[in-house]
Write a protein that binds this ligand. Structure first.
Ligand SMILES: Nc1ncnc2c1ncn2[C@@H]1O[C@H](COP(=O)(O)OP(=O)(O)O)[C@@H](O)[C@H]1O
Ligand SMILES: [Mg+2]
Length: 284
């Protein structure tokens, strides 16, 4: 379910474990030495990460490597951590499951949890932004999967986030709906200019959307690469294929052809997934 913390735009908030660094000038996210353990096992282990304001970062990694754990920490949903986490006060998160309250109309779901009196106009504006204004008074159970996911995105956008956290938001959508949803997120990101951290297991999705792709392994960011390709991205571009092969190799996907550096390759045929994420541990 989307959530947020409210406060002045651009004011950073520090989570937990008090080191003495100041706010994060020039950064939307600054994480240093982050550790999160469950039952004595460090799932996130001395992780360092900086995200620039307005930057779109994709986070890849094998199922169970700690992506959702990191996202929940950044969202402020989990504070049992060591290390330092600086994030904007205005942030919002959307998960794979839209998690709409079935007994509330769509617009009320969108403004659920906002301070003050629920304002239908505010909800409808956010719904309009995702092409769903006409369903404002619908009941959640009457929405298609893609519509429900757009409502979830509207619920995040209504928070006017400086940081948008997305945890496999397209994972449950069919292929066509998924492409539309990806395009919508790209449009929203370009219009809003907020920083985005997108967790995905889909290398292609990461390369279509992100400025930078990270691979998480061993509890930290084990690999990262800039995606310095013109937008809109063309998956048949040899540079795209080369990046895809390199990321798949870093993800340990067997059989991924890895081109030598600087050498254009012919595009790889298959759409590439690094293994579906089966767990649902993202509940606040
Ligand atoms: N609340 C929790 N209690 C115990 N173990 C957890 C909890 N949340 C996550 N884990 C464990 O931490 C590991 C990373 O989980 P998660 O961050 O959900 O992985 P990912 O999103 O990369 O698939 C998994 O082994 C998971 O079982
Ligand atoms: Mg996950």
């Amino acid at each position: 379910m989307a959530t947020d913390l409210h406060g002045p735009v651009n004011e950073s908030v520090r989570h937990a474990a008090g080191q003495s660094a100041g706010a994060a000038p020039g950064a939307a996210v600054r994480v240093g030495g982050l550790v999160r353990s469950f039952d004595g096992r460090a799932v996130v282990d001395d992780l360092h990460l900086t995200v620039r304001p307005g930057e779109f970062v994709a986070l890849l990694g094998r199922s169970g490597c700690g992506k959702s754990t990191l996202l929940r920490v950044l969202a402020g949903l989990d504070r049992e951590i060591e290390g330092e986490v600086l994030v904007p006060r205005r942030k919002a998160v959307a998960f794979q499951a839209p998690r709409l309250m079935p007994w509330k109309r769509v617009w009320r779901n969108v403004v659920l949890g906002l301070p003050g009196r629920p304002d239908r106009g505010t909800a409808v504006r956010a719904l309009d932004e995702v092409g769903l204004g006409h369903r404002a008074d619908a009941w959640p159970k009457t929405l298609s999967g893609g519509e429900a996911q757009r409502a979830s995105l509207a619920r995040a956008l209504v928070r006017e986030p400086d940081l948008l956290l997305l945890d496999e938001p397209f994972g449950a959508l069919d292929a066509l709906t998924r492409i539309r949803a990806q395009q919508l997120v790209a449009e929203v990101w370009q219009r809003r200019g907020c920083a985005v951290l997108l967790v995905t297991h889909d290398v292609e999705e990461a390369l279509l959307l992100a400025d930078r792709a990270l691979v998480m392994a061993g509890g930290r960011i084990a690999y990262e690469t800039e995606v310095a390709l013109p937008r809109p991205r063309d998956s048949s571009d040899p540079r795209f294929a080369a990046l895809r092969a390199r990321l798949l190799d870093r993800l340990g996907v067997a059989g991924a052809p890895v081109p030598p550096p600087e050498q254009p390759q012919s595009p790889a045929p298959a759409r590439a997934h690094a293994g579906a994420d089966e767990n649902g541990t993202d509940t606040p």
